[in-house]
Design a protein around this ligand. Sequence first.
Ligand code: PLP
Length: 428
Amino acid sequence: MIYQRSSALFAEAEKYIPGGVNSPVRAFKSVGGTPVFIERAKGAYLYDADGNRLIDYIASWGPMILGHAHEPVIRAVTEKAEKGTSFGMPTETETEIARLAVSMVPNIDKIRFVNSGTEACMSAVRLARGYTDREKIIKFSGCYHGHSDAFLIQAGSGAVTFGSPNSPGVTQGTAKDTLLATYNDLESVKALFEANKNEIAAIIIEPVAGNMGCILPAEGFLQGLRSLCDQYGALLIFDEVMTGFRLARGGAQEVFDIKADIVTFGKVIGGGLPVGAFASRNEIMNHLAPLGPVYQAGTLSGNPLAMSAGLAMLSELNNSPEIFKSLEEKTEYLHKGIARVLTKHGITHRINRMGSMISIHFTDKEVKDFTSSATGNNDSFKKFFHGMLNEGIHLPPSAFESWFLNDALSYEDLDFTINAVDKIAMSL
Ligand code: PLP
């Protein structure tokens, strides 16, 4: 495949946009080369500026679970746009999507919409602090909850990819209130609670991590966090920005049958437009302004276009829950096919998978936390990534990112992908 025009467009972008991109991981820095510039997308495919067709396993980093330019979503947005793009006053669509989300997700009474996953997690933590009157939070190394200051402490994916897990610009004062635990290690969490009695407002966690590759919670881990939160009077925040409306209608809470106190959303909930949300039971949500003292706001929050895209997306998922099963079956098929081929070529690897999230690690270690994820051989990943791109397959350009499958992928696409791995495996 030729990526000439993309390279030229990137060179031009670099003149005016820092690093040529508006979100760092897009820049291909950890794998080398220049990013592919996309012109349009439909279903499982991206069409780039050089006229290449690529099979997409990024799904815009999660939102496009039904494939690109999904007809009902496009129709909803187009019809809405005709009526105006933003009013700064309430619309009925906001209530419609809120009602639907509350009916799909367990343990929530109310939901507030914002513009990104970052905002959702930032607001959830503020709410937890306001509700508990405590200041510290626990997060896990390698988990990413957006780019707000409190979370840029050993954050996964983008931050790790660039070798700066702790970003300059985050003050010591902020950093000291974020306590770090190890994913899948309950003892590390318990030790923090013991050392900070009555000071911890909340634990925030990706219930299935997707920002250090895809990492599954060990048996009993999430339940253990629930018990520790109950024991020490802290709230449990599930960051379901990736897992929400992707693993199941009710997200990870439903899959693992664990009650979180606050849940955050992003990605799928906006149908590809900029949306985030956070939700909880009445008792906690009533602390938010204008009902309560915890302030949170947004000029474009609940934007009519974004809400209509999200509503169309959630309606489809709600009406056709078999989509989740179909996605899981496709992901399992891909997993087995790639594992078969890599094993045939004698390539050491681990594949982690949950629902339609999957990642490949070139390591012989079990990948269960940030440290083990970082044992992956990045040279092999780079070759794998570029080999696959050359075959017309678009993967996340970092070993620390999960792939997201979309339901428009056909079994022919999956076979094509597995064959591509077979073709390039010799060079890894
Ligand atoms: N939380 C998780 C688990 C994420 O994966 C992300 C983004 O990838 C975020 C929060 C931040 O969302 P956004 O990029 O929409 O701000």
